[in-house]
Design a protein around this ligand. Structure first.
Ligand code: NAI
Length: 219
C-alpha cells in the first residue's frame, strides 16, 4: 500500500505525492493552450512565468515521470502535452455515469469539455419518473433500478454523484458492490468505503469558504 493516502505509483514504482498529482491537470491545460497557439517548444523558465510556478518546481514535478526536457532545448509542447495526457489516463476511454439527473447532474452532462478530454458520459440515473426517459445532450436518463443491468452491460469507469446527501452513501455502497471503484462525489458527505475505492470530492462551498478566509485574514 502507498504510504501517503491519495499518492500513486507510476510504472517505475516511485510514489507521486498528491500535491504533484494536483498540479498535473494544470500543466496539461497550459500545454493544450500553447499547442492551440502554435507554440512548438518552451523552456521551463517560460512555462514557469506563464504558470506562476517556479522553474525548479516544474522540473521536479516532471522528473517524477522521467523528465521530458532537453538541456538547451526546453520542452517540446506537443510531446509533453501527449505524455501528460497519458499520465492522466486521458488516452484511455473513461466512461462516466451520473447518479442524480437534477440541476448539477444535467449541468455536468451538458459540459462539452469532458468529451474533449476523453471522458464520455454514457448514462444518467434518477428516481424521478419525470426525468427518466429524457435525454441530456443525447445521453439518456435511466431509472435508478436499471443501474445494475447498465453497469453489467457497459464499461463504466467513474460514477459522478449528484444526488441528495442523504441518498449518496447508499448509492456509493451499491456502486462499490457493482465494481465501480472511482467516485466523483459532489454530495456534501463523506463515505465509509474500503481503501480500494478512489473518491474525488468536489465541493464548491468549501472553495468559497477558503476564499472567504483569505479575504478576511488579509484584514
Ligand atoms: P437536484 O435536486 O436538482 O438534483 C438531485 C437529483 O437527485 C434529483 O433529480 C433527484 O430526483 C435525484 N435523486 C434523489 N435520490 C436519488 C437516488 N436514490 N438515486 C438517483 N437519483 C436520486 O439537486 P442539485 O442542485 O443538482 O444538487 C445535487 C447534489 O449536489 C446535492 O447533494 C447538492 O448538495 C450537491 N451540490 C454540490 C455542489 C458542489 O459544489 N459539490 C454544488 C451544487 C450542489
Amino acid at each position: 500500500m502507498d504510504d501517503v493516502r491519495g499518492a500513486v505509483k507510476p510504472a517505475n514504482e516511485k510514489v507521486i505525492s498528491p500535491a504533484v498529482i494536483k498540479r498535473l491537470p494544470r500543466y496539461y491545460r497550459y500545454l493544450g493552450d500553447l499547442l492551440k497557439n502554435g507554440v512548438v517548444r518552451i523552456s521551463s523558465k517560460e512555462l514557469s512565468e506563464r504558470m506562476n510556478v517556479t522553474a525548479s518546481q516544474i522540473r521536479q514535478d516532471l522528473n517524477n515521470f522521467g523528465g521530458f526536457g532537453q538541456q538547451g532545448y526546453g520542452y517540446n509542447v506537443e510531446f509533453l502535452y501527449r505524455e501528460m495526457g497519458k499520465i492522466l489516463g486521458l488516452d484511455k476511454t473513461n466512461n462516466i455515469i451520473i447518479i442524480g439527473a437534477g440541476n448539477l447532474g444535467q449541468a455536468l452532462a451538458n459540459n462539452q469539455e469532458f468529451a474533449s478530454n476523453g471522458f464520455s458520459i454514457v448514462g444518467l440515473f434518477d428516481v424521478n419518473p419525470r426525468l427518466v426517459g429524457m435525454a441530456v445532450r443525447g445521453v439518456e436518463v435511466y431509472d435508478i433500478d436499471m443501474l445494475e443491468d447498465f453497469v453489467r452491460d457497459h464499461e463504466v469507469m467513474i460514477a459522478a454523484l449528484t444526488l441528495p446527501k442523504s441518498k449518496a452513501p447508499a448509492i456509493a455502497e451499491k456502486l462499490y458492490s457493482l465494481g465501480i471503484k472511482a467516485l466523483w462525489n459532489f454530495a456534501p458527505v463523506d463515505f465509509n468505503l474500503p481503501d480500494d475505492v478512489l473518491v474525488e470530492n468536489v465541493h464548491l462551498s468549501e472553495s468559497i469558504m477558503t476564499l472567504s478566509y483569505r479575504i478576511h485574514s488579509r484584514n
